[in-house]
Design a protein around this ligand. Structure first.
Ligand SMILES: [Zn+2]
Length: 78
């Protein structure tokens, strides 16, 4: 599935949309600290440039976070 690049707090993130049918688990949204329930369309974002913590693996994918779409948009626009 295609990803796009979006900026949050001055960092570039790869962002992927997750459809409701693909959302089979609950996730904790870092934007509102509430659960994203299964079957809820949402987004996954991870840094293009990995933080020092995970740079050993050479990818930011380990830092994937699931966000409510609205929380991500609100956080990005302030
Ligand atoms: Zn949220």
């Amino acid at each position: 599935m295609a990803t796009r690049i979006e900026t949050l707090d001055g960092e570039d993130y790869e962002v992927r949309s997750v459809t409701g049918s693909a959302a089979t688990s609950s996730y904790r949204c870092p934007g509102c600290n509430q659960l994203i329930r299964p079957a809820t369309p949402h987004i996954v974002a991870w840094p293009v440039v990995p933080s020092l913590l995970t740079s050993f693996s050479g990818t930011g994918v380990d830092e994937r976070r699931h966000w409510h779409t609205a929380c991500w948009q609100r956080r990005r626009t302030g």
